[in-house]
Design a protein around this ligand. Structure first.
Ligand code: MG
Length: 177
């Protein structure tokens, strides 16, 4: 069950959210120092604002399988100079991004970094180690391409899953873009 407050304040969900998957920034389970507002970004809804140095957002997540994920952050800032860290519940920094001036508070950019996550239910914190204002609309976690190893063998290229150690039996066609 998702609880959404229309007028700022708590807008979160207590149900662990799936990784891989997209997590709305406003769907935190706890936060410090931030607010929410309507967004004009694609898809609408709300974004987090008033997100400044020392402020944080906590998310309850359920990671399907341990591994490296590309964490995408949908951010906007008219000031720039922000550093956002993704931390685990022990406070360890799993990854961080720097946000420059995107040209406005509703001029959205997607900035990515790779993070390694254990499997299972856990709390992730998005911590603003530096910020004079950085809006966040969503976070998206996708399996990193390093999930596969590439091995040439007998003049052929074989893709092997790093986690299940299974080799793909299907024909793979590689095409230059
Ligand atoms: Mg949002």
């Amino acid at each position: 069950t998702k609880v959404v407050a229309v007028w700022g304040g708590f807008a979160g969900t207590t149900t662990p959210q799936a990784i891989p998957g997209k997590i709305e920034a406003e769907s935190f389970i706890a936060q410090q120092g931030t607010d929410t507002e309507n967004t004009t970004d694609t898809g609408g809804g709300r974004n987090v604002d008033w997100y400044e140095t020392g402020d944080w957002l906590d998310y309850s997540v359920n990671v399907a399988s341990a591994g490296t994920y590309t964490a995408q952050f949908r951010v906007a800032s008219a000031n720039g100079g922000a550093t956002l860290q993704l931390r685990n519940s022990s406070g360890t920094v799993l990854g961080s991004i720097n946000v420059g001036n995107t040209g406005g508070w509703q001029n959205w950019q997607t900035i990515s970094t790779n993070v390694t996550l254990p499997a299972g239910t856990q709390t992730l914190r998005l911590y603003a180690s530096a910020s004079t204002g950085c809006n966040v609309n969503w976070l998206n976690f996708v399996s990193a391409s390093s999930s596969f190893s590439v091995k040439p063998r007998d003049g052929e290229v074989h893709l092997k899953c790093r986690y299940c150690e299974k080799e793909f039996e299907h024909q793979v066609v590689l095409q230059a873009d």
